[in-house]
Write a protein that binds this ligand. Structure first.
Ligand code: AMP
Length: 187
């Protein structure tokens, strides 16, 4: 089963992805984690993206699409993908469609975790204390939210026409969101 979790930063995509990885024995495909790893490893990509990531800007579609292509072409992960934070632009969504076609796969569920700006700011302030991420300070949170509204909202419009698109109130408690997802999955 392949799934997409989509929503603003701080919506809880990572938390639900981790739950689903365990439940379904799938793989979490977090472009944010993959990019942070590139930075940690001081790779060529890592050096290129460091400033943009710390500033709360999106990394180029080209870089992210290349990382995703490697995942999609991995036979061990076929049909066991949980996308967390990808696609985030229409170009990425189109790239994913092509890669899915090429690898003979489909997306079974798209879950949109909808959370308002005020709650995101509160949640990310809390996350900053625990995870100490460089892009979780207030100014950057707001920038990331605005980027989400400009660039990721069109992706939601693109997917919302699909019959496997489900909107969930991401403002609920973690267990409540999990229960709603379970209910839709019916497994
Ligand atoms: P996340 O961990 O998903 O909140 O992502 C952290 C940061 O990584 C984002 O603010 C972007 O700078 C970058 N990033 C993660 N995923 C993507 C993506 N699909 N496209 C572009 N930039 C991304």
């Amino acid at each position: 089963m392949n799934l997409i979790l989509i929503g603003p930063p701080g919506a809880g995509k990572g938390t639900q992805a981790k739950y689903l990885v365990k439940k379904l024995n799938n793989f979490q495909i977090s472009t944010g984690d993959m990019l942070r790893e590139e930075i940690q490893n001081e790779s060529e990509i890592g050096k290129k993206i460091l400033n943009d990531m710390n500033d709360g800007k999106f990394v180029s579609d080209q870089i992210v699409n290349t990382l995703i292509e490697n995942v999609l072409l991995d036979p061990k992960k076929r049909g066991r993908l949980i996308f967390d934070g990808y696609p985030r632009s229409l170009t990425q969504a189109e790239n994913l469609e092509q890669l899915l076609k090429k690898t003979n796969q489909t997306i079974d569920f798209i879950f949109f975790l909808n959370v308002n700006k005020e709650m995101i700011i509160e949640r990310i302030k809390q996350r900053k204390i625990i995870e100490k991420r460089a892009d979780d300070d207030l100014e950057t949170i707001i920038k990331r939210y605005d980027t989400y509204m400009d660039t990721t909202k069109p992706v939601l419009n693109f997917y919302s026409k699909n019959s496997n698109f489900y909107e969930i109130d991401g403002g609920c408690k973690i267990e409540e969101i999990t229960a709603k997802i379970d209910n839709f999955l019916n497994v």
